[in-house]
Design a protein around this ligand. Structure first.
Ligand code: SF4
Length: 339
């Protein structure tokens, strides 16, 4: 059996049919969300009888719906779990997609990294999170954030192939796809030079205003803050676009006024190119960190705003499902709680 996603780049050779037939099949599956070959009525009956196509590479294990988000747990063919979160925004849907099984970055505040990195997801497994969920929910998902489990730039080639499919087959806009990275400087250099991926939105997961704190929170990250900001200074940005600096605020770790002042110093020369997104830490029953109190969160924000740095607070959606930022895991949540 041929798999539409796994064999995407060589479908024509594999199916041995004319090019326009491949376009018809893709059109039914990706645009009309019909994956039953018998319903693809513009294909000749004989061809429909001959074709044997599998449309998904992932199997849905479970899903849980919250107020404004749904967490999906998928099972890969080799038996691992991958999580994605569909977020219901005011006027559109956003899907948070995983790019790896586990993660090697080792962020101390994140459950995705527990157990380390198992493997990269294939481009087909990355795309199928989107494909599966848009069929299952029968909605158009306008935005994608590569912000789920894994460091997307550590899986560069599959990220790029998946992005090509999102743009070409699902008609998504580059403006609506975001790569969130821990910004290893070697990954960032490669991204900067890639003329497709550097057109997507970029979010840097910073989380500290000194190398010492950053290293304690993100122990495996490669490169200093100075090197990261050197690279960002000349990062090619489309008109009216900005790089997002993500900063998870953790009580007694990186959320004091002194931390805010240090952050201002780091960012002051890049004001016109960046915006800061503060993410109050989402507490997890298996990690020791706490969310700062609200007044400290607002004081931190005020320090940035008064220094003319654009800054918003993201009160994460999906908290009640363990589907918020830093909560996605290759170990199913109910298993994790029993660890
Ligand atoms: S926050 Fe992101 S980069 Fe850090 S361990 Fe979790 S998934 Fe990996």
């Amino acid at each position: 059996m041929i798999n539409l996603l796994e064999d995407y780049f060589e479908l024509q050779n594999k199916l041995n049919v004319e090019k326009f037939r491949i376009s018809q099949i893709k059109n039914w599956a990706f645009k009309k969300k019909i994956t039953d070959i018998n319903l693809m009525t513009d294909l000749p009956k004989t061809l429909r009888e001959e074709l044997s196509i599998d449309f998904h590479v992932l199997e849905l294990d479970s899903f849980i719906e919250g107020r404004d988000s749904t967490k999906f747990v998928f099972r890969t063919k080799d038996g691992h779990f991958v999580e994605s979160v569909l977020i219901n925004e005011k006027d559109h849907y956003t899907l948070c997609i995983s790019t790896q099984i586990g993660c090697a970055v080792g962020c101390k505040f994140c459950v995705s990294t527990i157990g380390g990195l198992l493997r990269n997801l294939s481009f087909a497994e990355i795309v199928d999170q989107y494909f599966y969920i848009s069929i299952f929910k029968n909605v158009f998902i306008r935005n994608i954030v590569f912000m789920g489990m894994g460091e997307p730039l550590a899986n560069f080639d599959n990220l790029k192939k998946a992005t090509l499919i999102f743009l070409k087959e699902f008609d998504l806009s580059k403006r609506h796809i975001t790569i969130s990275t821990s910004a290893y400087t070697n990954y960032l250099k490669r991204l900067k030079e890639d003329n497709l991926l550097n057109k997507l939105n970029l979010a840097i997961s910073l989380n500290a205003s000194s190398d010492e704190t950053r290293k304690s929170l993100m122990p495996n990250v490669v490169g200093s803050l100075k090197d990261v900001f050197e690279l960002l200074k000349t990062y090619p940005l489309e008109p009216r676009r900005r790089i997002t600096i993500e900063y998870v605020l953790i009580k007694d770790v990186n959320s004091s006024l002194k931390d805010a002042k240090n952050l201002v110093n780091l960012l002051k020369n890049l004001k016109h190119k960046i915006k800061v997104n503060l993410i109050p830490y989402n507490e997890s029953p298996i990690l020791p960190f706490e969310r700062p109190n609200e007044s400290d969160i607002y004081k931190f924000q005020q320090e940035l705003l008064k220094n003319d740095i654009s800054c918003t607070i993201r009160w994460s959606k999906g908290l009640e499902l363990a589907a918020a930022c830093g909560h996605l895991s290759r170990i199913r949540t109910f298993d994790m709680i029993n660890i």
